[in-house]
Write a protein that binds this ligand. Structure first.
Ligand code: NAD
Length: 254
């Protein structure tokens, strides 16, 4: 039986990609989409206004919502998901602390899985970052990311996740852009964001020291990689209990 999915942010770049990716799979089916205004029909999926979320979740017998929208729009559907007892997969980035807390609170009542990056390669990169930073004590650290010119948050959610992964291993302070900060301090990590063209997402962590440079980098070549990961997460999540779940666990159980 396929998992019935609703897509929040259905008319956006990622929402459309999720609908297209799901149409090529038989383990998931996008049954309805949500948008700020009535967006008609996208890829054969009815897209309804966001104030109709509660009734649409019941009407279409939704198992999980996959959200790629804005922090406000994501938080706007939380109560409806709880009322309908529907699992929530959040791909949106850029939540402030209050928004993040609200998602965590929701996980007391429904299964919630939030990831700043649904590509498998980035999950493997995060594991490698932990190993490399732990092993290469004292090496200088610099973190770079590049995205399309329409991205609203900077640095990217993924860059922040890489930064937190580094900080779990070493006590370093981020210096954004480095203006006025040369020469570098050994307790800092430079963080740089570039915006250009339609670049899907590039991340690189450089560890430099002792006459050598280790560069850990990842490039997403198509938004389909994020959509596929989010749909995998949704199918996995509906069989889990209420609580906060990690994309890393989805990969481990494949
Ligand atoms: P986008 O701007 O193309 O799409 C967002 C859509 O949400 C827009 O169409 C916007 O109109 C819509 N929206 C606004 N208010 C809404 C509401 N109340 N209800 C429903 N929809 C509403 O952006 P995008 O490139 O698709 O990215 C969306 C989010 O996903 C961003 O936060 C981005 O950083 C994140 N993202 C995450 C991953 C990941 O793997 N986790 C990958 C790519 C993008």
């Amino acid at each position: 039986m396929s998992t019935a999915i609703a897509v929040n942010g259905a008319a956006g770049r990622m929402g459309r990609t999720v609908i297209e990716t799901a149409s090529e799979r038989d383990d998931v089916e996008v049954v309805v989409g949500f948008h700020a205004t009535d967006a008609g029909d996208i890829g054969g999926v009815p897209v309804v206004e966001s104030d109709g979320v509660a009734s649409a979740l019941a009407e279409h017998d939704v198992d999980a919502v996959v959200d790629f929208s804005t922090p406000e729009a994501a938080l706007g559907i939380v109560d409806a998901c709880i009322a309908a007892d529907v699992a929530l997969v959040v791909g949106t980035t850029g939540f402030d602390a209050e928004g993040f807390d609200a998602l965590e609170a929701a996980s007391d009542e429904i299964p919630v899985l939030k990831a700043t990056n649904f590509s498998r390669g980035i999950q493997v990169l995060l594991r490698t970052v932990t190993e490399a930073v732990g092993a290469l004590d004292g090496y200088d650290l610099e973190l770079m990311e590049t995205h399309h010119n329409d991205k609203v948050d900077a640095p990217s959610g993924t860059a922040n996740t890489i930064l937190e992964t580094v900080q779990d291993e070493r006590d370093v302070e981020p210096v954004y852009g480095r203006e006025g900060h040369a020469p570098r301090d050994e307790d800092e990590i430079g963080v740089f964001a570039r915006r250009a063209g339609d670049i899907r997402g590039e991340h690189e962590l450089v560890l430099a020291g002792n006459d050598e440079v280790l560069s850990l980098s990842h490039r997403a070549e198509d938004r389909g990689v994020f959509a596929a990961g989010a749909l995998d997460a949704a199918g996995w999540l509906v069989d889990r209990g209420d609580g906060w779940h990690e994309f890393d666990d989805v990969i481990d159980e494949d």
